[in-house]
Design a protein around this ligand. Structure first.
Ligand code: BJW
Ligand code: ZN
Length: 259
């Protein structure tokens, strides 16, 4: 075991309350593409043409095609050892909240898998950017389970709200849109209350989510960063562990399934 890993394990063992902030990197080993970097979604797709309300207003067919493709891709993925290690941590004795920027639902699936017949709720994530498997009406805001097999062949075939006939859209947060205020304040509150923040697989470029770990630091807590590369938060971290989350998290957290 490296000295860094040993130090990080000590910090986890000593923590009274933990917050975890995850990003796309934790799901990379499950086969979900990240956004930035080599192989990232933004390499082949321009974010402003797909992940903004203006893009949806201009060309909803193209936006729906992209999200339908991603829904299908994610449906074929499963939580990896990193998601499961975090879920077991959250189901254990140290109060832990998982805050995720991911919309893929893999933390939720890991929570159910790790809990077995026990209560999964302590391991259910705070999803600050929404969930790709839900739809939201762009007119009245009603939320519904995601339309399966969206017919993107024409503008008129796109899914519509049963209540008001407005256009449905994926229930995710696009650039320029506000995050749900209650969800965002919950994320900052748990970060403030934590004495350790574990940041996993995020480039920490997208605000306001990237500032969640700063709330822990501002209250005198510590940071551990787990990522393939150094990120803007690495300089603030007590320990920076470089490598794949699916390998590092089980070693760092060393948590057994609940009996
Ligand atoms: C591994 C690994 C492995 C790989 N193991 N590691 C302040 C300053 C500047 C700009 C702003 C600001 N405040 C707001 C803004 C604007 C904007 C923003 O932040 N822009 C910056 C990019 C410049 N923010 C917003 O617009 C937000 N809204 C807002 O602030 O509204 C204000 C408002 C208030 C009131 C009224 C109206 C408005 C909204 C942001 C929404 C972000 N949405 C997306 C899309 C979600 C839907 C979808 O999935 O399609 O969220 S963008 C995308 O980025 C997605 C992600 O959640 C998010 C973060 O990405 P993440 O997770 O960090 O992924 P990557 O790919 O960037 O990084 C992966 C990391 O993993 C890397 O570090 C790899 O090394 C690592 N890795 N494999 C470990 N195996
Ligand atoms: Zn509606």
């Amino acid at each position: 075991m490296t000295e860094e890993m040993a130090r990080a394990r000590r910090l986890v063992g000593e923590a009274g309350r933990i917050v975890v902030l995850t990003g796309a990197g934790i799901s990379a080993e499950s086969g979900v593409p990240t956004f930035r970097g080599a192989g990232g979604l933004w390499k082949s797709h321009r974010s402003e043409e797909l992940a903004t309300p203006e893009a949806f207003a201009r060309d909803p067919q193209t936006v729906w095609e992209w999200y339908s493709w991603r829904r299908g891709l994610i449906a074929d993925c499963a939580p990896n050892r990193g998601h499961l290690a975090l879920a077991r941590l959250a189901l254990g004795d140290t109060p832990t909240t998982i805050v995720t920027q991911n919309v893929d639902g893999l933390h939720t699936r890991a929570a159910h898998e790790a809990a077995g017949s026990a209560e999964p709720s302590p391991a259910l994530p705070v999803e600050v950017h929404g969930a790709i498997d839900r739809d939201k009406c762009s007119a009245c805001g009603a939320r519904t389970p995601g339309t399966t097999s969206v017919d993107t062949s024409s503008h008129d075939s796109l899914p519509r709200c049963a209540a008001c006939d407005g256009m449905l859209r994926p229930d995710v947060v696009w650039f320029g849109e506000a995050l749900e205020p209650e969800i965002l304040s919950r994320a900052f509150q748990v970060a403030q209350d934590a004495d350790l923040c574990l940041v996993v697989g995020t480039s920490a470029l997208v605000q306001p989510a990237a500032s969640v770990p700063l709330a822990t630091l501002q209250e005198g807590g510590l940071l551990i960063v787990v990522d393939l590369e150094r990120t803007p938060l690495s300089g603030e971290a007590e320990v920076s562990l470089l490598g794949p989350a699916g390998e590092l998290l089980p070693e760092l957290l060393d948590v057994e399934p609940p009996t």
